[in-house]
Design a protein around this ligand. Structure first.
Ligand SMILES: NC(=O)c1ccc[n+]([C@@H]2O[C@H](COP(=O)([O-])OP(=O)(O)OC[C@H]3O[C@@H](n4cnc5c(N)ncnc54)[C@H](O)[C@@H]3O)[C@@H](O)[C@H]2O)c1
Length: 278
C-alpha cells in the first residue's frame, strides 16, 4: 500500500472524481475524511469504503464557509490523529448562474465562484498546513481543469477560477516546499461522473462519441483516471514533484487545433444523425 498511515481529506468526496479519489486513497491505506455538502451521498460512499475494509469518516462541509473548513481540518486530526493529504476537489457552480461572459455574470455568481474555487483552497491551506507540518510533511492536490489551461466563451467564472488554481498551486509549492509539503494541481479533461452521465449523456448517448473524437486516445475520462493520478501525486513516488499542473486529459490539450477542427468537421459529416452536446 502506497499511503499506509496517511490521513487524507477529500472535499467533494461523496461522488464523482472526489468519490473515486476517496475510495482509491483508502485502498492505498490512507484514513479518509469525506468532506461534502451532501451528507447522504457522503455516507453512501463511506459505506462502500468501509465494506472494502477502509478507514473513513464523513463530515458535512460547505467549502465556501470558512468555519466549516476549520472544523474539517480539526475533525480529521481528532478522528485519525494527524493530517497529511488534502485534496481540494469540491465544486458545484453551474446552478448558481455562473454561465456567461463579463457582461452576463452577476457579482454574486462571481463571488460564489471565487469562494468555492479559490478561497476554499486558500483557507484549506491556512488550516491544514500547520497540521501537515506537525505530521512531518504532506501533500496538497488541487483540482483545476483543462479549462484552467485553455479557455472557452461563456465561462468567465470557471476559466478564471480554474486558471488561478494553477497560480495558487505554484505559489503554495514555493511557500510550503521547505516545510516538506508538496502542492500540485490536476487538470482533468471531460470525465464522465455519475452526475455528468445523468445531466449530459443520459438523453444523448450518441453525443458522447462526438466528444470521444476530440481526444487523441479516442475516449473521454473516468473518475478513476483522476483518482489514480492523485494517488501518485500523494505517494512517495512523486516526492520530487511539486508546483505542477498535470493534465489528465487523454491528450486533449496537446493537439493542434487546426487539425482537430478539420477532423471533427469530417466526423460530423459522416455522422449526420448525431445530436451535438451543446
Ligand atoms: N467532471 C469533469 O468533466 C471535470 C472536468 C474538469 C474538472 N473537473 C473538476 O473536478 C472536480 C469534481 O468534479 P465532478 O465532476 O466530480 O463533480 P460532481 O458534481 O460529480 O461532484 C462534486 C462534489 O462536490 C460536492 N460539493 C458541491 N459544492 C460543495 C461545497 N460548497 N462544499 C462541499 N462540497 C461541495 C458535491 O456534493 C459533490 O459530491 C471539480 O473541481 C470540477 O471542477 C471536473
Amino acid at each position: 500500500m502506497r499511503l499506509q498511515d496517511q490521513v487524507a481529506i477529500v472535499t467533494g468526496g461523496a461522488q464523482g472524481i472526489g468519490g473515486a479519489t476517496a475510495r482509491r486513497l483508502a485502498e492505498e491505506g490512507a484514513s479518509v475524511l469525506i468532506a461534502d455538502i451532501d451528507g447522504d451521498a457522503a455516507e453512501k460512499n463511506a459505506a462502500r469504503i468501509r465494506d472494502a475494509g477502509g478507514r473513513v469518516t464523513t463530515l458535512i462541509v460547505d467549502v465556501t464557509r470558512p468555519d466549516d473548513l476549520r472544523t474539517m481540518v480539526d475533525t480529521a486530526v481528532q478522528q485519525f490523529g494527524k493530517l497529511s493529504i488534502l485534496v481540494n476537489n469540491a465544486y458545484g457552480g453551474s446552478q448558481r448562474g455562473q454561465r456567461g461572459g463579463a457582461t452576463e455574470v452577476t457579482e454574486e455568481a462571481w463571488e460564489y465562484g471565487m469562494a468555492i474555487m479559490l478561497k476554499s483552497i486558500f483557507l484549506g491551506a491556512k488550516y491544514a498546513v500547520p497540521e501537515m507540518q506537525r505530521a512531518g510533511g504532506g501533500s496538497i492536490v488541487n483540482i483545476s481543469s483543462v479549462h484552467g489551461l485553455l479557455t472557452a466563451p461563456g465561462k468567465l467564472v470557471y476559466e478564471t477560477g480554474k486558471s488561478a488554481i494553477i497560480g495558487m498551486t505554484k505559489q503554495m509549492a514555493c511557500e510550503f516546499g521547505p516545510l516538506g509539503i508538496r502542492v500540485n494541481a490536476i487538470c482533468p479533461g471531460h470525465i464522465v461522473t455519475e452526475r455528468m452521465q445523468a445531466r449530459q449523456w443520459a438523453n444523448n448517448p450518441e453525443g458522447i462519441h462526438f466528444f470521444e473524437q476530440q481526444y487523441p486516445v479516442r475516449r473521454v475520462g473516468r473518475p478513476i483516471d483522476i483518482a489514480n493520478a492523485i494517488v501518485f501525486l500523494c505517494s512517495d513516488e512523486a516526492s520530487f514533484i511539486t508546483g505542477h499542473a498535470l493534465p489528465v486529459d487523454g491528450g486533449l490539450t496537446i493537439q493542434l487545433q487546426e487539425d482537430l477542427g478539420v477532423r471533427l468537421a469530417h466526423w460530423i459529416l459522416e455522422h449526420p444523425q448525431t445530436q451535438l452536446p451543446y
